[in-house]
Design a protein around this ligand. Structure first.
Ligand SMILES: N[C@@H](CCC(=O)N[C@@H](CS)C(=O)NCC(=O)O)C(=O)O
Length: 203
């Protein structure tokens, strides 16, 4: 195994770094330049065709999409840890939460990010932010219900919590994890307590 994670602090690369930490998978971190110019360069586009972060190499394999990296690493090196048996009801719910974290929850969060941080002020649309906040709230309510009586999304800590951890990090940054979501607050506090989370946000 020869894993390199192309990383920018505070981005989705933290999911992959966190997973490697939890599973004790050796990996090299290469911090890249997040500037648009670098991400548009042919060298970076060869790894990540849309210019986004992260990307990862494992030997001759190069891939993009943080969730796909997490799943690949689990399947190849995870020895059955941090995911339920595929094809079982628990495995289905595991997939549900992994996809929800990126495909459903991270979308409105991305809209908020675009229209508060990323775009130039003249190109920001307040209505998109308000809509993103509302859609994020619906997602947070789904999480609130899911962790009402359990420590994690499933019966035990899995990579679905790693996928969700990044999305919750963004939600917290935008002030969306409010006191009226006590189970979510407690769940996210449990995630933040993990050494793997702390390492992934420190690099
Ligand atoms: N679904 C992709 C999303 C990648 C993504 O949006 N990455 C952000 C950083 S966390 C990015 O590169 N944003 C810059 C841009 O969209 O131009 C993944 O999970 O890897």
């Amino acid at each position: 195994m020869s894993i390199t994670i192309y990383h920018v602090s505070g981005t989705r690369s933290m999911r992959v770094i966190w997973l490697c930490y939890e599973l004790d998978i050796p990996c090299k971190l290469e911090t890249i330049d997040f500037a648009k110019k670098f991400r548009a360069s042919p060298g970076w586009r060869a790894k990540s065709p849309t210019g986004k972060v992260p990307a990862m190499d494992d030997g001759a394999l190069t891939m993009f999409e943080s969730g796909a990296m997490v799943q690949y690493l689990l399947d190849r090196y995870g020895k059955g840890q941090l995911q339920p048996e595929p094809g079982t009801p628990a495995g289905a719910l595991y997939l549900q939460w992994c996809w929800f974290a990126e495909a459903t929850f991270a979308r409105p969060l991305g809209d908020i990010a675009q229209h508060t941080l990323v775009r130039e002020e003249k190109d920001r649309i307040q209505a998109v932010v308000a809509d993103g906040q509302q859609r994020s709230r619906t997602c947070l309510e789904a999480i609130e219900a899911a962790v009402q009586d359990s420590h994690y999304l499933l019966e035990r800590f899995t990579a679905a919590d790693i996928m969700m951890g990044y999305s919750l990090m963004l939600a917290e940054k935008f002030g969306l994890i409010t006191e009226d979501l006590p189970a979510t607050e407690a769940y996210f506090a449990r995630l933040k307590d993990r050494q793997g989370y702390q390492y992934a946000v420190s690099v």
